[in-house]
Design a binder for this molecule. Structure first.
Ligand code: PMP
Length: 305
């Protein structure tokens, strides 16, 4: 999806012009994938621009960085303020927010300790990640031949730049096969997640999702949907999901900041249920969009800009 340019990007404490937000080609991150980032959405609500679960995203960013023995040179509150400042500076009502922490320019070689930990925040306008029709009609997916990382290889709880090499293989394979997105299995052959989304399955009013031990990113949308599922009175089961369950359930959907709640209408050309978004997926979509649009004050998930 092409990015729509805005005026400024926040880099190491300062707003710089979009065109000048550059890094050196010998920065550690370019060679070794050493970055940690977030994808966050800001929605235009009746009470003004509001960021969805900013605290949860910032917490995951600090967790990701800690796993790699790095330290963000700012307090959480400073980064939260910087995000709001960047949105205001670019006069955006609704946007996608991309804070990124990376090992910058310094020493060369795998050892990152001689390189600074740099921080940038970019914001831009972004519509539906998997296409406008995706939210409405659902998408066609396949099970990828590429698996997610095995335990104790690349940590999947960290949202690290390097992990997205695996995501790219999954996505490219899906696109090459004429699908919109791929579903990856973990190294034990159980269902893990999409290239950039978590996954949920529904059968007989029970909602299933794989546990974080299934090599997935602990999604902020995933945790929000788990809460909504319980609050709507459905049974939520977090368990290892055998691949074939994708073919027998009534509904399947992806969750993610970019993908929001995207129904899946087929897996490997086998239709999910009747091949169109099911009633529980629809109900959860509505509940989710009510919360992010500030039409439900039960959840304190919005942080106003
Ligand atoms: N899994 C992966 C691999 C992702 O990149 C994302 C997007 N951040 C997700 C799951 C969904 O996470 P979230 O709901 O926090 O956006």
């Amino acid at each position: 999806m092409p990015v729509t340019k805005v005026d400024t990007i926040w880099m190491n404490g300062k707003l710089v012009k979009w065109e000048e937000a550059k890094i050196h080609v010998l920065s550690h991150v370019v060679h070794y994938g050493s970055s940690w980032f977030e994808g966050i959405r800001c929605y235009d609500t009746k009470r003004g621009s509001a960021i969805f679960r900013l605290d949860a995203h910032i917490r995951r960013l600090y967790d990701s960085v800690k796993i790699y023995r790095a330290t963000i040179p700012y307090m959480k509150e400073q980064l939260e303020a910087a995000i709001k400042e960047t949105i205001r500076a670019n006069k955006l009502k609704a946007c996608y927010i991309r804070p990124i922490v990376y090992r910058g320019y310094g020493d060369v070689g795998v050892n990152p300790l001689g390189c600074p930990v740099d921080v940038a925040i970019a914001v831009w306008e972004w519509g539906a990640y998997l296409g406008d029709e995706a939210l409405e009609k659902g998408i066609e997916t396949c099970v990828a031949s590429w698996q997610r990382f095995a335990p104790n290889t690349a940590p999947t709880m960290a949202k690290a730049g390097g992990n997205y090499l695996n995501s790219q293989l999954i996505k490219l394979e899906a696109l090459a096969g004429g699908y919109v997105e791929g579903i990856a299995l973990d190294s034990f052959g159980n269902v893990s997640e999409g290239s950039g989304e978590n996954i949920f399955l529904v059968r007989d009013e029970t909602v299933f999702t794989p546990p974080i031990s299934a090599a997935l990113l602990p999604g902020v949308t995933r945790s929000s949907i788990m809460t909504l599922v319980r609050d709507l009175g459905y049974r939520l089961v977090e368990m290892n999901i055998p691949r074939e369950m994708l073919f027998t359930v009534d509904e399947v959907f992806f969750t993610g900041t970019a993908a929001e709640i995207t129904p899946i209408r087929s897996v490997d050309r086998i239709s999910v249920g009747e091949g169109k978004p099911g009633p529980i997926t629809r109900q959860l979509q509505k509940a989710f969009f009510d919360v992010v649009k500030d039409a439900n004050d039960k959840y304190e998930w919005l942080s106003f800009v």
